[in-house]
Design a protein around this ligand. Structure first.
Ligand code: ISE
Length: 336
């Protein structure tokens, strides 16, 4: 039968996943939606056949027709929902960040190991983006030799008003932490955050853009430009500098036009939901398919923990303006 999914959190991301599960994904049904705002959950559930509304994740997880959980609530609410789902041995797709800090991520790591099998896929959707997958494939072939540097650019048109300076690191740059670890197949060992001149579009108290430097186990240097209020659109680019060549992914995902007024170029996507639409679809379909086979694949709790540990170093560096080493436990055999 189709996988019965409870979606926890019905904000921007949760609502988009509900739409995706209903209209773009095969083999799944939305059976429950959960939000602390009861009215919001009810309005959403009322529009979906066979779907009930809840304000408590545990109540939704206890429902008879719920087989799996998609967590899309704000990061600080993830730990409780994850532990509840693991306690019930329910498969989970958990939006990034896994949890807001390394200590809470470690508690989830412990709970999954106690359970004895993987149950959680972490929502690092860039691993499912066609261009990142191409980049990963090229680097993996070995023809280009070792990767010496990675340059990332991550630009958002504007951030919501509740977005803090720390979130530039643990909500936005967390994606580059994950893709860097994944592309290079190694851990990030230290982080330094620099703050260039700030745009006047940034809210009071937020220095924006920021320039983040990662060091990795092999000695590769990785820089990230994070720009929260660039104004023009949503843009994610990466360039790998290798011993025998360069691989670059930029704005090629859309068509490039030459127009009557003598210009050429493409359109910049307005936000991440559009830019990564295909990646989200591929990610959620992979989760549904694996879950129905009784498997858990994709980014693991270890990946979520490692990113949280790098975030912690990043936020400290952002605050104190110095290089901070990443404090990581040894990788358990369970996650090898
Ligand atoms: C947001 O939460 C995301 O996950 C987006 O992918 C990222 O680009 C954005 O900066 C974050 O705020």
């Amino acid at each position: 039968r189709a996988l019965g999914v409870a979606v926890v959190g019905t904000g921007k991301m949760g609502a988009d996943h509900v739409r995706r599960l209903r209209h773009r994904i095969s083999g799944a049904r939305v059976r429950a939606v959960v939000d602390i705002e009861a009215e919001r959950a009810k309005t959403l559930a009322d529009a979906i056949e066979g779907c009930a509304a809840y304000t408590e994740p545990a109540a939704a997880m206890a429902a008879r027709d719920v087989d799996a959980v998609l967590i899309a609530s704000p990061g600080p609410a993830h730990e409780a929902a994850l532990l509840e789902a693991l306690d019930r041995d329910l498969p989970v797709l958990c939006e990034k960040p896994l949890t807001p800090d390394a200590a809470s991520a470690l508690r989830v790591l412990d709970a999954e190991q106690k359970l004895g099998h993987r149950r959680v896929q972490v929502g690092f959707m860039r691993r499912y983006d066609a261009e990142y997958m191409k980049l990963k494939r090229l680097l993996g072939k070995g023809e280009l030799g070792r990767t010496l540097m990675l340059h990332h650019r991550h630009r958002n048109p504007a951030m919501p008003e509740w977005f803090t300076e720390e979130m530039l690191i643990n909500d936005s740059v967390v994606h580059e932490m994950d893709v860097t670890r994944w592309l290079l197949d190694q851990e990030i060992t230290a982080v330094t955050v620099h703050k260039p001149a700030s745009t006047s579009n940034a809210p009071a108290g937020m220095s924006d853009p920021q320039f983040v430097l990662f060091e990795t186990e092999s000695g590769a240097l990785v820089d990230v430009e994070i720009f929260g209020h660039c104004g023009f659109g949503y843009q994610v680019q990466a360039e790998a500098v290798c011993e025998r060549g360069i691989v670059r992914m930029d704005d090629e995902h859309g068509p490039r036009l030459t127009t009557a007024d003598g210009r050429w170029g493409g359109r910049v996507t307005p936000d991440y939901l559009e830019r990564f639409e295909d990646a989200y679809d591929r990610e959620v379909q992979a989760w549904v398919d694996a879950t129905r086979r009784g498997e858990t694949t994709g980014p693991s709790v270890w990946d979520g923990y490692a990113a949280a540990a790098v975030c912690e170093a990043g936020v400290l560096s952002q605050r104190e303006g110095r290089r901070v080493e990443v404090d990581l436990i040894e990788r358990p055999a369970f996650y090898q």
